[in-house]
Design a protein around this ligand. Structure first.
Ligand SMILES: [Zn+2]
Length: 287
């Protein structure tokens, strides 16, 4: 089927209390791995690219790969741009078939953040595209985006309500103690805060930096109202490991179909495990 707006399935996921695992991809093999994993688990999926990946792969190339994959796929697929700070890039994504966009202007003063998000919402909603906004600052590093622990701030529930009401966003990314990249110790999420935000707003809530969060904390997040879980680092690590292992075993390997093939298999297994963790197995049957 063709790419769909993720609200077609994420609202139902929210009602059911399950999560939609959303995966950051970088190239052909990672797209294939996510699609194959989602099909095997019979679960709709969100494929995401950061602006850094758009620079690396080219927006026309990566969107064409995801579109072709979605058309052959038996489960609904949405294409989303993650952490986009540029209005111009958002418009280019919409033109290239993205069905969902994240405008990340959480670094701006509150009223300026609202003004920019509102502008994106007005345009995106005219053409049936979903919009994710962020309130609070999620720490850590993702591509060229880096937020140190000092400037990372948690989402304030009352502010979240005001932000959603004034911008009319479809999904809200919240900061409750997760970080992008690898964790040094075990992260401790602020579940009380999550529950308070869930009480305050109706739209689906999103957990960024979910790689490396222990399974029991992911389950608790879902129980308390998270509907989308973003996974990036946890795909990169097994991918790199599989490629390294391939060259350790066969130092003269030079066929990309072999070393990238083993990487693809490793990524697909993580995709399946994360979908199962989020309770998404067989969810496509209910749509
Ligand atoms: Zn993020």
């Amino acid at each position: 089927m063709s790419l769909v707006n993720p609200m077609e399935f994420i609202k139902k996921a929210q009602q059911k209390g399950i999560g939609i695992a959303s995966f950051n991809v970088h190239n052909l093999e990672t797209v294939q791995a996510v699609i194959e994993g989602a099909e095997a688990e019979k679960c709709p999926v969100i494929i995401q690219t950061t602006p850094g990946t758009l620079n690396h792969a080219g927006i026309e190339y990566i969107s064409a790969i995801v579109r072709a994959a979605a058309e052959k796929c038996s489960v609904p697929v949405a294409l989303h741009v993650d952490h986009c700070k540029s209005f111009e890039t958002i418009i280019q994504c919409i033109r290239n078939g993205y069905t969902s966009v994240m405008i990340d202007t959480a670094h701006l003063p509150y009223d300026e953040n609202i003004a920019m998000v509102k502008k994106v919402v007005e345009i995106a909603h005219c053409v049936g595209i979903a919009v994710e906004g962020e309130l609070g600052r999620i720490g850590g590093t993702e591509d060229d985006l880096s937020v140190d622990e000092r400037t990372a701030t948690f989402t304030v529930p009352a502010e979240a309500k005001d932000f959603v009401d004034r911008t009319d966003i479809d999904m809200l990314a919240i900061a409750i103690g997760t970080a992008h990249g690898e964790y040094k110790g075990e992260p401790r999420l602020d579940f009380e805060r999550l529950s308070a935000i869930r009480e305050a707003v109706d739209c689906p809530l999103i957990l960024h930096g979910a790689s490396g969060i222990p399974d029991y904390q992911i389950k608790e997040s879902l129980r308390r109202g998270i509907s989308k879980i973003n996974i990036a680092t946890e795909l990169k690590i097994p991918m790199a490991y599989a490629i390294k292992k391939c060259f350790e075993e066969k130092p003269n390997e030079n066929d990309p179909r072999n070393y990238m093939g083993s990487a693809k298999n490793a990524v697909r297994e993580v995709v399946r495990r994360k979908i199962r963790l989020c309770g998404g197995t067989n969810f496509a049957d209910e749509l």
